[in-house]
Ligand binder design. Structure first.
Ligand code: NAD
Ligand code: UFG
Length: 342
């Protein structure tokens, strides 16, 4: 299929591109590079023989997007482009609504102009908010507790209404749990700007000597070891879920939501232990008070994705940590150069 990939230079987008090209799909990447580097696309070229092109553009530029879509004539869109930091979303609320919601409106207008009727959307487990029960299934109440989550819930609603407004349209809403790890080659991975907010990139930077110590946000949760439990999913498994979703989008109409995780909960201490085993030494860490807004546990029921997409996560925690460490140790400053001293 010809697939337009927004945000294809980003962490999840670039890994998905490798899987798409490997399966014989063709792609047009549209990315503003506001949170990524064109080098990620060079690495994709290095790892695959597939055909893709890229265009530097903002998804809010409807005219540019429409021209690109009319020229490329995509049969489907995978929509990764967006702002994704929970903490930042409170401070930059209008920007988050603008990119994540208005940006999606702009994309749908361009798709309509090019008569493209299928979209796979990067949603998040954060749309569920405080768990009423675990594991989360897709019928769980949607009640986000932060601005970022609100923008994802609104985009989901928008896509659902778009899909219902005309026959033959399909919107697949993939609710990712905690994507981690890197490509098995060690050539691609997550490249966060500034101080990482998330556990795994922070831990990797502690192991690489770029940060002093991991701060464990709370060890008094009602979990087996007191630290927060999450459903971490290897980014390559997540990437493959998009390829499976593309096939599904050819066969169905309307809107469908899917949890994408492993179904297994892993605590912060367990992750730290796995990382220490891989690097072969203790990593400095400190216990701090709980981080505001965090929940004790998040875990997915992925049976719908297993059944309807014919997809299942294959990688385990050791694979996640090993691949992340291979990427981090070979590319201590990600795709960029080390910061200038002095
Ligand atoms: P990322 O920041 O690495 O990738 C997003 C890409 O979109 C970047 O390449 C960025 O330059 C681009 N972009 C941002 N704003 C744009 C705009 N206005 N126009 C064009 N391009 C723009 O993030 P990621 O981790 O790869 O996440 C991809 C998607 O998955 C996002 O929508 C994110 O909200 C969602 N998601 C991520 C996680 C996670 O933990 N990483 C979890 C759940 C959902
Ligand atoms: N944690 C630490 N120290 C850190 C960072 C995190 O102890 O330096 C802990 C957190 O308290 C939590 C766990 O590690 O218990 C995971 O935290 P992350 O920040 O890595 O991930 P979250 O589960 O908080 O959120 C992530 C994304 C959201 C997304 C959500 C989906 O940041 O965008 O997963 O489940 F919505």
């Amino acid at each position: 299929m010809r697939v337009l990939v927004t945000g294809g230079a980003g962490y999840i987008g670039s890994h998905t591109l490798v899987e798409l090209l490997g399966q014989g799909h063709e792609a047009l990447v549209v990315d503003s590079f506001s949170n990524s580097s064109p080098q990620a696309l060079d690495r994709v070229r290095e790892l695959t023989n597939g055909w893709f092109e890229s265009e530097e553009a903002d998804i809010r530029d409807t005219d540019r997007l429409t021209a690109a879509a009319r020229r490329f004539r995509p049969e489907a869109v995978i929509h990764f482009a967006g702002l994704k930091s929970v903490g930042e979303s409170a401070r930059r609320a209008v920007d988050y609504y603008d990119v994540n919601v208005a940006g999606t409106v702009s994309l749908l207008r361009a798709m309509d102009a090019a008569d493209c009727r299928r979209i796979i959307f990067s949603s998040s487990a954060t749309v569920y908010g405080e768990p009423q029960y675990l594991p989360f299934d897709e019928s769980h109440r949607i009640a986000p507790t932060n601005v970022y989550g609100q923008t994802k819930a609104m985009a989901e609603q928008l896509l659902t209404d778009w899909a219902r407004a005309d026959e033959g349209r399909a919107a697949l809403l993939l609710r990712y749990f905690n994507p981690v790890g890197a490509h098995a080659s060690g050539r691609m991975g997550e490249d966060p700007r500034g101080v990482p907010e998330n556990l795994m990139p922070f831990l990797a930077q502690v192991a690489a000597g770029r940060r002093d110590a991991l701060r464990i946000w709370g060890d008094d949760y009602p979990t087996p070891d007191g630290t927060g439990v999450r459903d971490y999913i290897h980014v390559t498994d997540l990437a493959r879920a998009h390829v499976a979703a593309l096939a599904r989008a050819q066969a169905v109409t309307g809107a469908e939501a899917y949890n994408i995780g492993t179904g297994h909960g892993v605590s912060v201490r367990e992750m730290l232990g796995a990382f220490q085993r891989v690097v072969g030494r203790d990593l400095p860490h400190e216990i701090h008070p709980r981080r505001p807004g965090d929940v004790a546990e998040m875990r997915a029921d992925c049976s719908r994705a297993n059944r309807d997409l014919g997809w299942r996560a294959e990688y385990d925690v050791d694979d996640m940590v090993q691949s992340l460490w291979a990427w981090q140790s070979a590319n201590p400053y990600g795709y960029g150069a080390p910061p200038q001293e002095g």
